[in-house]
Design a protein around this ligand. Structure first.
Ligand code: NAD
Length: 488
């Protein structure tokens, strides 16, 4: 069980020198980058900065392991066993990895301890079980023919992930890629690599053969870009910003036309109708939906759309709850709003808030800690043309817009370039179904916000991305469907 005492025993532990892992071996790089903890601004380790030559070495190790068939041709039952053991090891080391990850990226420990190692282990188990349960098909041909559809691993998969939930998001990609027999090179964010390095070490302890899963660390423009431009990566799966997503599509076009799957940003509407049965529950969900992980959540419900007749009552509740939020040390088990991932990210949020006149919050706090913290902010009367309505802040900032009727709620909900997530609170089942049909986003939460498990897909509509993480649909990104056609 997670206790404050256990966390405190781990919080100052010296961080082992981070290494890349290429072909099963720990490697450094010629250059390093200081890892600055967002908790207090201290340097906790030095991260190897991979150059193109290191990335190419990792891709080549992945290619060789794939071509030799040491993983792709292993009996599915045996692959499953190794993946399940990997999940067990992550779970056994969960608290230690969670604390390490929090020191690196600033998420509240209460959340990270569940959303990071434990959720990654659960995802790996989900796909491990698929190893020997997802297989090919026989097509319904005429009797004089036989059409077999084989599902084959594609080859080398490149994975690039952001810093907000590196293990959870990493597992959404690594687990289905490995379960289907591919070899992988992953590049975590330069501001959140430590937990993923540990996760890859544990994969090797679990028995994953060398070269099947490689990790290179470093920045986007050098290491990430080298992976995206590689002529030997077959599929690139990415979670991060739209700006980077565009660069990856260009890199694919300029290299080997690798398949590129993008999970990008959002500006998700959280819509409260006046027929909502439980305004207190809605207010609590609105707060959780935007302020957990200090708003650094892709599906954050960052645009509150509230029916005008209940605007005042709901805002009273929301402001009261926001005032009571405990902001601060992410390694305090009671903290509800942790740190921003980096000083530059904090500064970009403060810049977006400049001149917006929040009704509450929006200032940097806890300067004396040396860490990067902003008080949760609420900005009301935000209009469709405003930057706070249209642009992702990726921080603890809720924008509020009133609407009059269902039609205008739908129009406002869909009035951005994004389509990742949405929430609807209503007591009417018919309205709930109408809203689910009308909102253009990958998920619509009804009378709740967030949640969902591995059984359902997660993907963006519009400029929030393409393809899916999670669920059995995610396997398709890593499989070639090959037809064998027989004349009988
Ligand atoms: P980012 O795009 O800056 O970085 C993401 C990753 O891409 C990092 O590993 C980075 O090093 C790498 N990268 C940066 N430039 C690159 C380049 N030119 N070539 C190759 N790789 C490059 O995003 P971020 O700031 O780390 O994360 C925040 C963004 O991620 C937000 O927009 C958020 O909404 C999005 N996100 C989306 C989801 C989802 O599931 N849709 C989940 C979490 C985060």
């Amino acid at each position: 069980m997670l206790t404050q005492e256990i966390i405190d025993n781990l919080r100052f532990k010296a961080v082992a020198t981070p290494s890349m892992i290429i072909d099963g071996k720990a490697c450094g790089a010629n250059e390093v980058l200081p890892i600055i903890s967002p908790l207090d601004g201290s340097t906790i380790a030095q991260l190897p900065m991979a150059q193109e030559i290191d990335v190419n070495a990792a891709v080549s190790a992945a290619r060789q392991s794939f071509d030799k068939g040491i993983w792709a041709d292993m009996a599915p039952k045996a692959r499953k066993k190794i993946l399940l053991q990997w999940a067990n090891l992550i779970e056994q080391n969960a608290i230690e990895i969670a604390v390490l990850g929090v020191r690196d990226n600033g998420t509240e420990i209460a959340m990270a301890s569940k959303a990071e190692p434990l959720s990654a282990a659960e995802t790996i188990r989900f796909y491990a079980e698929a190893c020997d349960k997802v297989y090919g098909e026989i097509a319904p041909t005429a009797p004089d023919s036989l059409g077999l559809i084989h599902k084959e691993a594609i080859g080398v998969v490149g994975v690039i992930v952001p810093w907000n939930f590196p293990m959870m998001i990493g597992a959404w990609k690594l687990a289905p890629a490995l379960a289907t027999g591919n070899s992988v090179v992953i590049k975590p964010s330069e501001t959140a690599s430590l937990s993923l390095i540990r996760m890859v070490e544990l994969a090797h302890e679990a028995g994953l053969p060398d070269g099947v899963l490689n990790i290179v660390t470093g920045d986007g423009n050098t290491a990430g870009s080298a992976l995206a431009r590689s002529m030997d990566v077959d599929v690139l799966v990415f979670t991060g910003s739209g700006a980077t997503g565009r660069k990856l599509l260009e890199a694919s076009a300029q290299s080997n036309l690798k398949r590129v799957y993008l999970e990008l940003g959002g500006k998700s509407p959280h819509i409260i109708f006046d027929d909502c049965d439980d305004l207190d529950a809605a207010a609590t969900a609105v707060i959780g939906g935007i302020f957990r992980n200090a708003g650094q959540v892709c599906i954050a419900g960052s645009r509150l759309l509230v029916q005008r007749s209940i605007h005042a009552a709901l805002m009273d509740k929301i402001i009261t709850l926001t005032r009571a939020l405990r902001v601060g040390d992410p390694l305090n088990i009671n903290t509800q709003v942790g740190a921003l991932n980096s000083e530059s990210h904090m500064d970009s949020i403060l810049k977006m808030l400049d001149g917006s006149n929040p009704v509450i919050g929006g200032k940097r706090v806890l300067h004396d800690t040396g860490g990067f913290y902003i008080e949760p902010a609420i900005v009301t009367d935000v209009e469709q043309g405003d930057a706070l309505f249209q642009e992702e802040v990726f921080g603890p900032v809720l924008s509020v817009t009133a609407f009059d009727d269902e039609e205008s709620a739908v129009r406002l909900a869909n009035a951005t370039q994004f389509g990742l997530s949405a929430g609807v609170w209503t007591g009417s089942l018919s309205r709930a179904h109408r809203m689910v049909a009308a909102i253009k986003s990958g998920v619509v939460h009804v009378n709740t916000y967030g949640g969902a498990d591995n059984t359902v897909p997660m993907g963006g509509f519009k400029q929030s991305g393409n393809g899916y993480d999670k669920s059995l649909y995610a396997l398709d990104k890593f499989i070639n469907h090959k037809t064998a056609w027989f004349k009988l």
